[in-house]
Design a binder for this molecule. Structure first.
Ligand SMILES: [Zn+2]
Length: 226
């Protein structure tokens, strides 16, 4: 394996990429393999692609991009066979903005240029979707505004796993920038918790897996910043 995969349930895994500790999620079904976010570079993505072949025995068939930040979307074009889902805002993101943001966060300029040159528009521009993987389905939901105005979460009901994107972060405080809606974020986390329930495993966009109690505490922290 090129990266460490943490098993979260039957056929559900995640890894934490060394660059920025960004989460990539993996949900395996009888008829498909779903990836949640794709890292920053094509090199990272190709390493993941090889691992998925070993772990799941199939190529990635579906990708969900949780939001339009470079560290979640720029690897997506490495997965030739996959159908990509994302919010309309992901497709509308300017390449200059992606590049500047990536460089500002310390990414390698040549790698970013290669990823941006290859970047394709998601085939499915969505707010909600049900993705059928054969013996299981996952729900893709926009629970409300927060880290950005278009964050999507991926709920795997049979495994009680919720991949939260950057609506939840564990390795540092949630990142609040010009794209964020701090006033709406706490109510959005209510919706996230409703989709997952009290016993679900919540997977942050950056950092270790957390529980509902952690999400509640992050909600209180955010409410204090309104
Ligand atoms: Zn983000």
């Amino acid at each position: 394996m090129n990266v460490d995969w943490e098993r979260l349930g039957d056929g559900v895994f995640r890894c934490r990429l060394p660059f920025l500790d960004v989460t990539v999620g993996l949900v395996q079904g009888a008829a498909g393999v779903l990836l949640v976010d794709t890292g920053t570079t094509l090199a990272e993505a190709r390493a993941i692609d090889r691992d998925v072949g070993e772990l799941a025995g199939h190529a990635v068939s579906h990708i969900v991009l949780t939001h339009n930040h470079f560290d979640h979307i720029l690897g997506s074009s490495a997965f030739d066979e996959a159908v990509v889902y994302g919010a309309p805002e992901v497709a509308a993101t300017k390449k200059e903005h992606l590049r500047a943001d990536a460089i500002r966060h310390g990414a390698d300029a040549a790698e970013i240029d290669r990823a941006i040159a290859a970047l394709r528009t998601p085939e499915h521009l969505i707010r909600h979707a049900v993705i059928d993987l054969g013996d299981r389905s996952v729900n893709v939901v926009h629970p409300g505004r927060g880290h950005t105005n278009h964050d999507l979460i991926v709920v795997v009901p049979d495994a009680r796993v919720v991949l939260c994107g950057d609506l939840v972060e564990e390795s540092g405080d949630p990142v609040i920038d010009d794209d964020s809606d701090v006033a709406a974020w706490p109510a959005t986390l209510d919706a996230v918790l409703e989709f997952g329930g009290a016993d679900a495993v919540y997977v942050p966009g950056h950092g270790a897996v957390v529980d509902a109690g952690f999400v509640r505490r992050q909600q209180q922290w955010l409410a204090g910043r309104m």
